[in-house]
Ligand binder design. Sequence first.
Ligand SMILES: [Zn+2]
Length: 52
Amino acid sequence: MQPSPADGGVALLHRANCGLYTKEIGCLSATEGQIAMAAPGIEPCQVCRPQD
Ligand SMILES: [Zn+2]
């Protein structure tokens, strides 16, 4: 699993129903999302807050 970094080298992780999600990382399961957020260069979206 290697999400492509977005602008600034940081990829945002979204909930699947977030309007801002990117197709590269928008289809992860909850478990995969938690793994992704632990990876460098990936931050949770501040709109849909997938970490909550
Ligand atoms: Zn989002």
